[in-house]
Design a protein around this ligand. Structure first.
Ligand code: F6P
Length: 365
């Protein structure tokens, strides 16, 4: 429990951006000003701005008219870990713990608590700051919906909507050309976007990291469809899907990122392989960062508003070092220390996996 009533807070958005971040920033700032007469400061570009001392006051007007905006008005960064940050050391760069300097940057402005909006990487550093005695509150974001402890993260619904629209569009061109169209969506270790967009868009095959696929099974499935007169097929694949006993397709590695592996390219790999095995015309499409862009759906605006409001209420009730979550139909929170190193994956008995199988969708098994 915090001993004194907090008067000044700072907010940051870390990691990859996602639709709904501005809804949270707005809810946090307006709740803090309206209900608690607090001073709110905004940290630019996630932990990078905290390290580089780029922190500015956030007024009521600064957060007006941003509810419908995609991205984040504060900026974000997914390659700055305050506990292992590259600093010049002679002629070389060396990773150092710069967290004390970050805390000093807050202290000199009288900022007493930090509100971190981010995914697993951001929460890892938030938990480490909490351990050092800084009061912290976390709000989970990611289009991937894989943050442990919460049933849903804002941004996911918008990403699924975007991916579903893409599948709808691929249907018409696939059917005109009698093709197998393969849509790659984001999802490194969890296939939530592929599962939900694939089911919503009526994909014939859905491939997710949690269910390793067999190429021969996918080939047999699309050929069987062809024989039945279905002259096209749609496959939705998560970027992190992999064949049984095989590896994920890595696009590149990013130095100094808390999560350095960038996946990408599986749709084209599959198109090539399936084309050779089946003789069918196959094309791969990578939806990429389009899934992270654009205006949040009403669902994500609402969830972001609820999360931001609730984070402030918890903080003002003296609770700190927690992650706001949506659990079993209610707002709740879990200790930040409990989520470290965990992600929420799709279970093979997830009701949507079972329903998709029941309507004839293949998971490549
Ligand atoms: O964590 C969200 C995510 O969108 C992943 O699904 C994806 O692999 C990654 O971010 C891409 O990150 P970047 O913006 O660094 O390419």
């Amino acid at each position: 429990m915090a001993k004194q009533k907090i008067k000044k807070i700072a907010v940051l958005t870390g990691g990859g951006d996602c639709p709904g971040l501005n809804a949270v920033i707005r809810a946090v700032t307006k709740t803090a000003i309206n209900r608690h007469q607090l001073e709110v400061w905004g940290i630019e570009d996630g932990y990078r701005g905290l390290i580089e001392d780029r922190i500015r006051p956030l007024s009521y007007n600064d957060v007006s008219n941003i509810l419908t905006l995609g991205g984040t008005i504060l900026g974000s960064c997914n390659s700055s870990n305050p506990f292992s940050f590259p600093v010049p050391s002679g002629k070389r760069m060396r990773n150092k713990d710069v967290s004390d300097a970050c805390i000093e940057n807050l202290k000199k402005r009288g900022i007493e608590a930090l509100l971190c909006i981010g995914g697993d990487g951001t929460m890892g550093s938030a938990a480490a700051f909490a351990k050092k005695g800084l009061p912290v509150m976390g709000v989970p974001k990611t289009i991937d919906n894989d943050v442990w402890g919460t049933d849903i993260t804002f941004g996911f619904n918008t990403a699924v909507t975007t991916a579903t629209e893409a599948i709808d569009k691929l249907h018409t061109t696939a059917s005109s050309h009698h093709r197998v169209m393969i849509l790659e969506v984001m999802g490194r270790y969890a296939g939530w976007i592929a599962l939900h967009a694939g089911a919503a868009g009526g994909s014939d095959v859905i491939l997710i990291p949690e269910i390793p696929y067999r190429l021969d099974k996918i080939a047999d499935f699309v050929l069987a469809r062809s024989k039945k007169g279905k002259r096209f097929s749609i496959i939705t694949v998560a970027e992190g899907a992999k064949p049984k006993g095989g590896q994920q397709v890595i696009y590149k590695k990013i130095k100094n990122s808390p999560d350095p592996i960038r996946l990408g390219g599986i749709a084209n790999v599959l198109a090539e392989q399936l084309g050779q095995i089946t003789g069918l015309s196959c094309r791969g499409v990578n939806l990429g960062h389009i899934q992270r862009g654009g205006s949040p759906t009403p669902f994500d605006r609402v969830l972001g508003t609820e999360f931001g409001y609730y984070a402030m209420e918890l903080l003002m009730k003296g609770q700190t070092n927690r992650l706001v979550v949506w659990k079993d139909g209610h707002l709740n929170s879990v200790p930040l220390s409990r989520i470290a190193g965990k992600i929420k994956t799709v279970k093979t008995n997830n009701p949507l996996v079972l329903a998709a199988k029941a309507v004839g969708t293949s998971f490549g098994t």
